[in-house]
Design a binder for this molecule. Structure first.
Ligand code: SAM
Length: 302
């Protein structure tokens, strides 16, 4: 078992292969989820992470990094649609977008569905995740890496935002959990650098855990965002493979009205962009900011 001290408590990831024929994720101390494995398509260490891609009967192809499920072909749309379309349609005129992480390309694909986006820069630390996703999970990126608006940078996202002179309308942190190379993407310093890289009226979102099991992680994210942004909250979505109930997406901007854009305005923007979605709807967009009481308490504590 590996312990990963994060400042949000310790995440405990045990060997996922101990039960024959199954992949078992034990990210959280008190719960686990298992997948029967029909076929292991790839299993190796990249320079940075342990990467595995396997087939399952229900979730299709599954990618895991360091023992933690990242994405599956069956439910990737939930996470990617909610993290791309909510900030982009709330902003309404995003032309320059930054994704940090997101090696599978699913976020890139959803961002590029917006015709107003002129350039999407994706800063991914591990080229092997991009290469393996292109080879084994091409349906997730669906050609997005070939789009002329794509600007792929292989680098540490933390370092990139600390050093770049570029400015963005929307920043999306599609990261791993605060384990290994992803840990730096949950710090106050990183969030301050993201703020510096946002244009006025810009929006920041990040993957912010499943709070029923990772309440301390959400609390840490909110605590570290607050010094840099006037308006910090979260919105929710239900991703089947991120078990433990609703997951949260962190939301930060300096303009509180961006998260209360009327549903009719969002619907008009959705139609104008010509979007087709399987989870996201404009009505769900508005509803996603209504938080269950226990999540609201975490977000608004202190
Ligand atoms: N949806 C996923 C989840 O929450 O489980 C995230 C998927 S995406 C594959 C996460 C990506 O973040 C990985 O490809 C990983 O290599 C990348 N990553 C981790 N740390 C990073 C860093 N410091 N800079 C840029 N990318 C990073």
């Amino acid at each position: 078992m590996t312990d990963h001290p994060t400042g949000a408590g310790a995440l405990h990831v045990a060997d996922p292969w101990t039960r024959p024929g199954w992949y078992t994720e034990t990210l959280h101390g008190g719960a686990a989820q298992g997948f029967p494995v029909s076929e292991v398509r790839f299993r190796d260490h990249t320079d940075l992470q342990d990467l595995v891609i396997f087939e399952t009967p229900v979730f299709g192809k599954v990618m895991a990094l360091d023992g933690v499920i990242q994405t599956t072909t069956a439910d990737e749309h939930v996470y990617h649609e909610m993290m791309a379309h909510v900030p982009l349609l709330a902003h309404g005129a995003a032309a320059d977008v930054l994704i940090v992480g997101g090696g599978d390309g699913g976020m890139l694909r959803r961002v590029l569905m917006h015709p107003g986006v002129k350039r999407c820069t994706m800063v991914e630390i591990d080229r092997a995740v991009v290469d393996l996703s292109l080879a084994q999970l091409p349906e997730i990126s669906a050609g997005a890496f070939e789009d002329p608006r794509t600007d792929l940078v292989i680098a540490d996202g933390c370092r990139y935002v600390a050093e770049t002179d570029r400015r963005f309308d929307v920043i999306i942190i599609d990261s791993t959990d605060p384990i290994g190379p992803g840990a730096v993407l949950f710090t106050e310093t990183f969030y301050a650098d993201c703020k510096r890289c946002l244009k006025p009226g810009g929006v920041f979102v990040n993957q912010a855990s499943v709070p029923f099991l990772q309440g301390e992680e959400l609390a840490m994210i909110v605590r570290n965002l607050r010094p840099s942004f006037a308006d910090v909250t979260a919105y929710v979505g239900a991703v089947p493979t991120y078990y433990g109930g609703l997951m949260t997406f962190g939301w930060a901007s300096d303009d509180p009205s961006l998260r209360t854009v009327p549903a009719e305005t969002i619907a008009a923007r959705y139609r104008a962009a010509g979007l087709a979605t399987d989870y996201y709807t404009p009505a769900l967009h508005a509803a996603a900011f209504a938080l269950p009481a226990f999540i609201d308490r975490i977000v608004h504590a202190g």
